[in-house]
Write a protein that binds this ligand. Structure first.
Ligand SMILES: [Zn+2]
Length: 424
């Protein structure tokens, strides 16, 4: 009897989604998109998509008369939806213990970042809360955030440590991310960001903290295989070019690929450091010189832009148009964190990229899907509509065009989200 039930489920395993008005984000070749190529988003109208074992196995033009619905498939009526691949959010800090709206109000009242830091705010505030929180509390709250993000269409995510700032608490954060990897139905990547800032005990001993990262934290992380990437906040007053290169090279010795916080507040040397160490991505890029733009475009490193951070901090946006004109490979991510981007809605990230950075809707969607997948080494699994990729799909409410998504930026246009072939 049990066998028969299993057999029945196997027979019903193939699903056919029909009545899809538009299927967008189809890729025939799985390439990282650079420059003008970002503007091309392949779509097909009136299609079906077949799913088996959570994977896309077939798609093409749908003809209701030819398909009588008697194939033994499970039929899913998309009701005129536009279907896109789920967002691939390649830069987040969703493991944190407390929100920081107190600083948000302080900033409205005119306090500077330095004044807030002097009051014990900023990253140090998040670190003291992490130290007090249990792994279970951190896991539960991060999973709650992840679930909310999935409902907003996120189908793959990178998560950073960096609020631990000592060996025990960095390990605690990375173990939480490991548990999220095991529990979440979407692919999760972990970045070790011990070099986020200097903890109070090392304010006047930067070399001591770098030694702690290299000689203590990295071997411990390696022993438990807790990270995929090494990240450094390369910024004036934080980690400079030489320190960033040193920390990244040490991470590489332990098998971690660099991804760097670069050129957010200053032309910090972060882009140069990222190219030097062969970083997968350099992220932020609010402050870019013409030389930085040329160098990044000529490299194999992806430029990941985080427009909601620039929005929240009232900063100028990354020069997406100039980077595209130079033929750079660009991704978009949320930077979800309690200090400078307290939300991870990728629909808004895409809208801001169009509204404020003048990316075409097609380019912004590509940057937030296929190129985001490349920025997490996940392009074989997610990021586009292609046979063999996971059926992680956004079903929109009926919309007149792709451009309507970022245009109608404050509307929730997601009807349903499918992860591994199942609706959330
Ligand atoms: Zn960040």
């Amino acid at each position: 009897m049990v066998f028969l039930i299993i057999l029945k489920e196997r027979l019903l395993m193939r699903k056919r989604i029909f009545n899809i008005a538009k299927l967008a984000g189809i890729t025939r070749e799985n390439n990282l998109l650079r420059g003008e190529a970002l503007n091309v988003l392949e779509t097909i109208d009136n299609v079906y998509v077949d799913i088996e074992n959570g994977m896309i196995v077939e798609f093409g033009p749908f003809s209701a008369t030819a398909d009588q619905g008697d194939r033994g498939y499970e039929y899913i009526d998309a009701k005129g939806a536009t279907i896109l691949p789920c967002w691939c959010d390649s830069h987040t800090h969703i493991v944190f213990a407390a929100s920081r709206e107190n600083e948000f109000v302080d900033k409205i009242n005119g306090l500077s970042y330095a004044e807030i830091a002097a009051r014990g705010g900023g990253i140090i505030q998040s670190a003291s809360k992490i130290a007090q929180a249990t792994e279970q509390v951190l896991f539960d709250s991060a999973m709650e955030r992840l679930e909310a993000l999935m409902r907003l269409g996120t189908g793959a995510i990178e998560i950073k440590s960096g609020y631990g700032l000592d060996t025990a608490n960095e390990l605690k954060m990375l173990r939480v991310i490991q548990r999220i990897k095991d529990a979440a139905p979407i692919p999760v990547k972990a970045s070790f960001l011990g070099a986020h800032t200097y903890p109070p005990a090392y304010q006047t001993n930067h070399e001591g903290y770098i030694q702690l990262i290299i000689n203590d934290m990295l071997p411990a992380i390696h022993k438990e295989n807790l990270a995929d990437y090494i990240d450094v906040f390369c910024e004036g007053g934080f980690f400079n070019y030489e320190e960033t290169v040193r920390i990244c090279e040490a991470g590489k010795q332990f098998g971690l690929t660099p991804k760097i916080h670069a050129n957010q507040l200053h032309a910090s040397g972060g882009v140069e450091a990222g190219i030097e160490v062969g970083a997968l991505s350099v992220d932020h890029l609010e402050t870019m010189t013409a030389v930085n733009i040329e160098a990044l475009a000529k490299s194999n490193t992806i430029g990941t832009m985080l427009p909601t951070a620039a929005f929240f901090l009232r900063m100028s946006y990354p020069p997406a148009k100039a980077l595209m004109a130079a033929n750079a490979a660009l991704a978009l991510a949320s930077d979800y964190n309690p200090g400078s981007s307290p939300g991870g809605n990728m629909n808004f990230v895409v809208a801001l990229a169009c509204i404020q950075m003048k990316m075409l809707p097609e380019a912004a969607i590509n940057a937030a899907t296929i190129n985001g997948a490349f920025a997490m080494d996940l392009a074989n699994e997610v990021g586009s509509i292609a046979i063999g990729k996971r059926a992680n799909l956004i079903f929109s409410k009926p919309i007149p065009s792709i451009a309507y998504l970022p245009y109608s930026f404050s509307s929730n246009l997601i009807d349903k989200v499918m992860i591994n072939g199942n609706f959330l």
